[in-house]
Design a protein around this ligand. Structure first.
Ligand code: ATP
Ligand code: MG
Length: 587
């Protein structure tokens, strides 16, 4: 049925809502697509719901095309499966928990690995039942710390999640590739620019993992790409190319020196250049080894300190560190923690206090650049003193390495060695090889060809369906309003009747019916006593790509077809209007 604006449940707004900062959020609210209920929780108004359903349809078609089967799990879930997988605790504050009248624990599903795994376990038992891919398009709930940009990061949102089940790794690879190709088709159809970046499998385990990021200057995710080869990766996933070990045989012995009032890298470098000038060049921050202490908080609340040694010209990147220590969370190492560890002298911590053999016993991990044979200025574990010429491998060792240092533009590409550059994006989809983690935790096994029980291997594939609406809006608008790609538009055509002449409205109605009969969906602005200016503004704000104006020209037998995307206008004889619209729509 055509939507008629005289009765459509829609109010467009002149002003941007106060809480909306990004254009997609402003425009989706102003054009009457969504309406806020509470932070991160939105109502889909009729126009918005149409766009959301269009996105769902694209996703559904492409999933069906690779043989995935649609089902639907409940959003309200019992605690037990999530306890079995450990995620009831791991999720911490990020899930909505609730109790039934008997006091039993439930949650609103943030993601459904457990349910998919258990459903397959329930019904299938043989390798002959596999491979299997199943998916749902469903509302998820996450108590996001920072809901943002309207539906871009909501606390209630729609996701497509699918899972593949295979007996062996080759099967998983095949399922992964099928999904990857389907995702390329989905994101091409959605009509935005995106990059596929290498990602971390994170807490989920598994091996191959890639994210589809919509490129957006105000995106939350930073990724890096190579300026030379095709390498692109999420910042969390970048692996620093490890330099070769250095021959340290000719290096002088380390010596401890007084460096009063040098608790920061800059004060230390200044002091070194003044008191211990080098002959070859000046000291720089990159000559110092900075030891950063953080507190890791495990899901069960256990707190253990961790020391990270990295070149003094780099900071620890919270996201990279977070991804490495998952499911533990990173907290600050506070004054009271220093008080409990008197061996750690704030501002002067050195390797001597760290690691299994250090005086504090605090676990010590090094940046991969700190290879054997490299020489450093670092803390001497006494206030106001540093050690110069401390050589990795000769004078100190650590408990291992960690990828936690920031990645910077100009760093070497792990793939080809050329410079990396950074860019920003919005995560639209994530595909990864889950492996056997959930199948093991929930005991999903099938009989293989030899009658032996084997653990099933799984892949997990998500698309942010509601986020895609915001993302497409973000990438397709101008100063006047939204500009939808055809496949997502809430209607194929926006017919605008202007003026006070009944014949104009009658003709608009007639064209609406004729076009509808030809399978074209119509938004008809049939409002009486609304000025043409307001109607045109609304049509620009709403953003249906083709607009048919029935107005003054009708007296001379013409109507106007406007392209919202280019602003092009042309007059066509009213008798040819239907064919002209069909041609415009490529039908
Ligand atoms: P993010 O890093 O953005 O928090 P995620 O890695 O937690 O996302 P997944 O669990 O991989 O997300 O979910 C699959 C997809 O669901 C994401 O790629 C994203 O498009 C979408 N998504 C995740 N969280 C939200 C949210 N709060 N609001 C809207 N869409 C979301
Ligand atoms: Mg993800």
């Amino acid at each position: 049925m055509a939507m008629r604006m005289s009765s459509l449940f829609l109010r467009t707004l002149r002003d941007n809502p106060a809480d909306a900062e990004v254009p997609s959020h402003q425009l989706l609210v102003r054009a009457g697509y969504i309406r806020r209920v509470s932070p991160g929780i939105y109502t889909w108004l009729p126009l918005g719901l149409k766009v959301l359903r269009n996105v769902e349809q694209i996703v559904r078609e492409e999933m069906d095309a690779i043989g995935a089967q649609e089902l639907l799990f409940p959003a309200l879930l019992p605690k037990e499966p999530y306890e079995a997988s450990g995620r009831w605790d791991e999720y911490g504050d990020n899930i909505f928990r609730l109790k039934d009248r008997k006091g039993n624990d439930y949650l609103l599903g943030p993601t459904h690995e457990e349910m998919f795994t258990l459903a397959v376990k329930d019904l299938f038992s043989s390798y002959k039942d596999l491979p299997l891919s199943i998916y749902q398009i469903q509302t998820k709930y996450r108590d996001e710390a920072r809901p943002r940009a309207g539906i871009l990061r909501g606390r209630e949102f729609v996701m497509k999640d699918s899972y593949s089940f295979d007996v062996d790794d080759a099967g998983l690879d095949k399922a992964y590739t099928l999904h990857r190709d389907a995702y390329i088709r989905i994101f091409d159809r959605l009509g935005f620019h995106y990059v596929i970046v290498e990602a971390m499998a994170g807490a989920m385990g598994g091996s191959r993992s890639e994210e589809f990021l919509a490129t957006a200057a105000n995106g939350e995710d930073t990724y890096v790409r190579c300026t030379s080869c095709g390498y692109a990766a999420n910042v969390e996933a970048v692996r620093v190319p490890v330099p070769d070990a250095v021959d340290a045989s000719g290096l002088p012995a380390a010596h401890v020196e007084d460096t009063p009032d040098t608790p920061t890298i800059q004060t230390l470098v200044d002091h070194l250049n003044e008191a211990y000038p080098r002959e070859d060049r000046a000291w720089t921050a990159g000559d110092t080894l900075k030891n950063v202490i953080v507190m890791l908080v495990q899901p069960d609340g256990t707190r253990t300190p961790l020391a990270i040694g990295l070149p003094g010209d780099r900071e620890v990147d919270e996201k990279r560190l977070g991804a490495q220590v998952e499911p533990a969370e990173v907290a600050a190492f506070e004054e009271k923690d220093f008080a409990a560890h008197p061996e750690l002298v704030k501002g002067y911590i050195g390797p001597g206090a760290l690691g299994e053999e250090g005086t504090s016993g605090v676990r010590y991990l090094l940046d991969p650049r700190v290879v054997p044979g490299t020489s450093w200025v670092t803390g001497a574990n006494e206030a106001g003193r540093h050690v110069i010429g401390l050589v990795a491998g000769r004078d100190f060792t650590a408990d291992g390495t960690i990828e936690a240092a920031e990645v910077r533009a100009g760093d070497a590409c792990p793939s080809c060695g050329h410079d990396l550059e950074t860019a920003r994006g919005i995560e639209m989809g994530h595909i990864f090889q889950l492996g056997r983690k959930y199948a093991e935790a929930l005991d999903l096994k099938v009989l293989d060809e030899n009658g032996k029980q084997v653990v099933v291997t799984m892949g997990s594939y998500g698309v942010g369906v509601s986020r895609a609406v915001a993302c497409v809006a973000e990438g397709n608008h101008d100063e006047l309003g939204l500009v939808w790609p055809r496949e997502l538009s809430p209607a194929d055509i926006h017919i605008v009747a202007t003026g006070k002449d009944q014949s104009v409205f009658d003709k608009g109605e007639e064209l609406t019916r004729e076009l509808e009969a030809r399978g074209v969906s119509v938004l008809f602005d049939d409002r009486w006593k609304v000025s043409p200016g307001v109607k045109f503004k609304d049509s620009e704000l709403i953003g249906i790509p083709t607009i048919l104006v029935v107005g003054r020209g009708l007296a001379d037998g013409t109507v106007e077809i406007k392209d919202r995307r280019t602003g092009d206008k042309r007059e066509v004889p009213v008798d040819e209007a239907v064919d002209a619209v069909l041609a415009e729509l490529g039908r």
